[in-house]
Structure formats: structure tokens, C-alpha cells
Write a protein that binds this ligand. Structure first.
Ligand SMILES: [Zn+2]
Length: 258
């Protein structure tokens, strides 16, 4: 892969649209470990699926992030001073600090009412994050101790508070909608500009969030160029022939080495 060419395209573009996929959850490195899968099963059985993104981050802390931190730093570096938007279907909370972004699947940074009261959204506190770590340390050893969870209760209805992400039973989409509206406006404004689209490690889990709309944005823009980086699902549709390039590589490693 000609990195010079990519850097040229980055430099020459007016606007950069970045999509970050499931690969940025970092699960690949530890999903084969028995403890991880069992932990996920336990959480699901107990109606605690909203903890899965936090469980992923805990396991990533233990197993190493496989270069995700470095890759995100790199991304931040080249987005600096560029008109850009980052859309992520990963829930990795590190992404929340990268440039101008929207995370439609939520993350572990905010809490919502389990029953779905729309106006209840709170930042997670540091001591809560710490006590979650202790909870996960137990879970890693096969013990699920519900009494250790203390994320508070909803001020409106008294239901427990849970993490605001797509795994929550009554996912409160207010957590990202303002940012999503800004993104939609931004996307409309890309049409007559030199747009560079970077789709990194995005699978087929939520194709309507990144894959399909990104293809559409590149298709209708005469000055667009599309890089799709994915180990397996790297092929571009034939409508984008001559306007892009599919790269069969691990997107995290690719970005880290750019
Ligand atoms: Zn409530």
C-alpha cells in the first residue's frame, strides 16, 4: 500500500469522513479466551448486557489494546486542522476524545434510566468506574456479584441507572442525537467538496450507520475518494470503481502504521 498516496489524498482533501468499526472494540485479541465469553453470557443471562462495552474495555486493559490507542492518536493527529467528522459503531470510550465525533451505539461514559426516561442522562463518575473494575475482576473469576453494582437510581422514576449504550434494553438515543443531527448537516455540506472517506474496520453489524451511507456519500460526490480498510470485508461496490480502493488489512494496524 502506497502510504505517500494516502497522505497526499489526506492533504488534498477539503473534508474527511471517518468511520470506525467494531474492530476498535478490540475484542479480537481476547474473544477466544474462555473467561471473556463466559462473562458475556453471565451478563446477558442476568439482564446486564449494558455492561458488555465496559466488560470489553476491562478485558482490553488486561489483554492489551493491540495498538488501538496508538491508532486513535494517529487519527487525531491527521484530523487536526481538517474539516472532519468521525462516526463510530465501536463503543470504545477512547473514541469519544477523537476529534469531532458521533457514537450512535453509545459508550460507557454516560448513564441512563433502565426504564428509558428520556431526559435522564448522567456522566459516569470515577468512583463508579472503579467499582465496576472490582465487579469485573470478580466476573473474570466466574463470580457475578450483583450487589457490587452501584450506578444509582433514576431521579424521575426510581429505576436503576444503566450505561447508555445499544445493549441497554431501553436504549436512550438522546445520548447521541444532537451530535447526529450536526453530523447529518455536515454530511449534506460535503457534496461539492473534495471528500476523503476512510472506513476502518467496519463490519456488517450495523451497515445502515456507516457502510451503506458512506458508499452513497462517495457515489454522489464527484470529488470523493473512498478507502475501505478491512481484513475480510474490504471489497468496494462496483459503483465506486475508480473512486476508491479496498485494502485487505487489519484496520487498527493499518492506521497505526500510516
Ligand atoms: Zn426513569
Amino acid at each position: 500500500m502506497d502510504r505517500e498516496e494516502i497522505w497526499d489524498r489526506i492533504e488534498q482533501s477539503d473534508m474527511i469522513l471517518v468511520g470506525l468499526g467494531e474492530e476498535f472494540d478490540g475484542i479480537k485479541r481476547f474473544k477466544q479466551q474462555a473467561g471473556y465469553g463466559q462473562g458475556c453470557e453471565c451478563l446477558k443471562e442476568e439482564g446486564l448486557s449494558w455492561l458488555i462495552p465496559a466488560w470489553n474495555e476491562y478485558c482490553m486493559d488486561q489483554a492489551g489494546d493491540g495498538g488501538i490507542g496508538i491508532a486513535l492518536e494517529k487519527l487525531e493527529e491527521f484530523l487536526k486542522g481538517k474539516n472532519h467528522f468521525v462516526v463510530s459503531v465501536s463503543t470504545n470510550s477512547k473514541i469519544a476524545h477523537v476529534g469531532r465525533n458521533v457514537m450512535p451505539c453509545g459508550s460507557v461514559l454516560r448513564k441512563q434510566c433502565a426504564a428509558g426516561c428520556r431526559d435522564v442522562l448522567q456522566d459516569i463518575m470515577e468512583d463508579e468506574t472503579e467499582s465496576l473494575k472490582i465487579f469485573f475482576r470478580e466476573l473474570a473469576e466466574g463470580r457475578l456479584r450483583r450487589e457490587m453494582l452501584s450506578t444509582g437510581t433514576c431521579p424521575e422514576c426510581g429505576a436503576p441507572l444503566v450505561l447508555n449504550n445499544i445493549h441497554a434494553e431501553n436504549y436512550n438515543e438522546n445520548g447521541y442525537l444532537n451530535q447526529w443531527n450536526l453530523y447529518m448537516k455536515w454530511l449534506q455540506g460535503t457534496l461539492n467538496h473534495r471528500l476523503l472517506v476512510l472506513e476502518l474496520g467496519v463490519g456488517m453489524r450495523f451497515p445502515t450507520v456507516i457502510r451503506w451511507p458512506f458508499e452513497k456519500a462517495a457515489f454522489f460526490n464527484q470529488k470523493a475518494y473512498f478507502y475501505r480498510v478491512n481484513e475480510n470485508l474490504y471489497q468496494l461496490t462496483k459503483e465506486l470503481a475508480g473512486k476508491g480502493c479496498g485494502i485487505s488489512e487489519d484496520a487498527v494496524a493499518w492506521l497505526a502504521q500510516l
